[in-house]
Design a protein around this ligand. Structure first.
Ligand code: S3P
Length: 447
């Protein structure tokens, strides 16, 4: 059931004891979306093992089904995707409900933009506030036409181009979603579509497009920008994909184990793609004991088991250059900072204001309510930590999570290191990315 149709589920998270044992985090959300989309454009049957069965990915699967792909879950948990071939997407019969998922929306807008079909995109209250102008601009240059709510928001209708033209697009914001939208539009566009990326962002689209047989080349120009060139209208070959575990989900357990005294936890199967894994380096710089064991490759991505032990953390100034490689991990980093000794300074986080919620404002308010010392700046938070002393907690008050799964999970982690516990107003959105979160917390003994 999607978050918007069921009643809110408040819940209190309180200190219970150390996190111990071994847990395995579910599949990576970004890679799961892309495996369904590219599988749906290949000719033949793609098998996906370890797909994240969260609401966001299921929104992508439902949309690709509505446009002609056959997508089924097997009894063993694998997913089979029978594709329609590049250029073969069909006109969907009804509106495509994207739920809470910005990635589904922006990437699918890219796919539809170069097909001669019309599609209407809708979403929940959080997604309907998020800016789509960032993909409308380049996709309009390709030849698609859009009718959006004021401010370039959902609900939105896209009329894909009859004769899409290849573009060269320099990303004005560091966004893997915008990059991917343009590349996916380039798939059904004749000629070479070029994306110039001055600041590198997660590269799962590039890796997977190549894996499916697309002609995609990456160079670095004289200014150090990545220049990605995709030759359009390839025949994509079906693949067997194993999705590595999601570092963004592992992040909550890694921080929880660092800040809850006595913890000693192994988080298995964590994707460590360098464009994603900066949180673990930042936590090590703060004094966190995190060892990567059993380093290996899964589905073309580096993966390890992370051994995490409770640690005395100290505040640092986080280099804004690492932001794209941990853009989704700041809510939980703020929690680690709130328990660290001294001051943590973050900046360059403007993009956090347009995620599922304004994560700078939401986390400032949430941590303050839990008794932390926080200052909000234009583009970040400054946090003066407790030095390891438990946070007071929220008492009778409730944290507003604004339909944002990562605010809910980050504040659940804060609750584990608090005197009176932390109550969040709604845990439903957690199912968008990490349906097993509460069960795994219980397994570790922490809640
Ligand atoms: C994602 C890219 C990031 C990230 C999101 C997933 C992706 O968004 O925050 O959770 O899969 O491409 P932006 O492109 O807006 O930075």
């Amino acid at each position: 059931m999607s978050a918007s149709s069921a009643p809110a589920q408040p819940r209190r998270f309180a200190a219970q004891g150390p996190l111990t044992g071994r847990i395995r985090v579910p599949g990576d959300k970004s890679i799961s979306h892309r495996s369904i989309m590219l599988g749906a454009l290949a000719v033949g049957e793609t098998r996906v093992t370890g797909l994240l069965e969260g609401e966001d990915v299921l929104s992508t699967a439902a949309a690709m089904r509505a446009m002609g792909a056959v997508i089924e879950r097997q009894a063993n948990g694998d997913w089979l995707v029978a594709g329609v071939g590049v250029g073969g997407l069909l006109q969907p019969a009804g509106a495509l409900d994207m739920g809470n998922s910005g990635t589904s929306t922006r990437l699918l807008l890219g796919l539809v933009a170069s097909h001669a079909i019309t599609a209407c995109f809708t979403g929940d209250a959080s997604l309907s506030k998020r800016p789509m102008g960032r993909v409308i601009a380049p996709l309009g240059q390709i030849g698609a036409a859009f009718t959006a709510y004021p401010g370039g928001r959902l609900p939105l209708i896209v009329h894909g181009a009859d004769t899409p033209v290849p573009i060269t697009y320099r990303l004005p914001v560091a966004s893997a979603q915008v990059k991917s939208a343009v590349l996916l539009a380039g798939l059904n566009t004749p000629g070479v579509t070029t994306v110039i990326e001055p600041i590198p962002t997660r590269d799962h689209s590039e890796r997977m497009l190549r894996g499916f047989g697309a002609d995609l080349r990456v160079e670095t120009d004289d200014d150090g920008a990545r220049v990605i060139r995709l030759t359009g209208q390839p025949e994509l070959r079906p693949q067997t994909i194993t999705v590595p575990g999601d570092p963004s989900s592992a992040a909550f357990f890694v921080v929880a184990a660092l800040i809850v005294p006595g913890s000693d936890l192994i988080v298995e199967n964590v994707g460590l793609n360098p464009t994603r894994a900066a949180l673990f380096d930042v936590l090590r710089l703060m004094g966190g004991h995190i060892d990567a064991l059993n380093l290996r490759e899964v589905g073309g991505e580096p993966v390890a088991d992370l051994h995490v032990r409770a640690s005395t953390l100290h505040g640092i100034t986080v280099d804004p250059a690492v932001v794209p490689a941990m853009v989704d991990e700041f809510p939980v980093l703020f929690v680690a900072a709130a328990l660290a000794r001294g001051r943590t300074v973050t900046s360059g986080l403007d993009e956090l204001r347009v995620k599922e919620s304004d994560r700078i404002a939401a986390m400032r308010a949430a941590l303050e309510l839990a008794g932390a010392t926080v200052t909000e700046t234009d583009d970040g938070l400054i946090i003066d930590g407790t030095g390891g002393t438990l946070l007071p907690g929220t008492g009778a008050d409730t944290i507003a999570t604004h339909l944002d799964h990562r605010i809910a999970m980050a504040m659940a982690v804060a609750g584990l290191a608090s005197e009176r516990g932390v109550t969040v107003d709604d845990t439903r959105p957690i199912a968008t990315s990490f349906p097993m979160f509460e069960r795994l917390l219980a397994e570790t003994g922490a809640a």
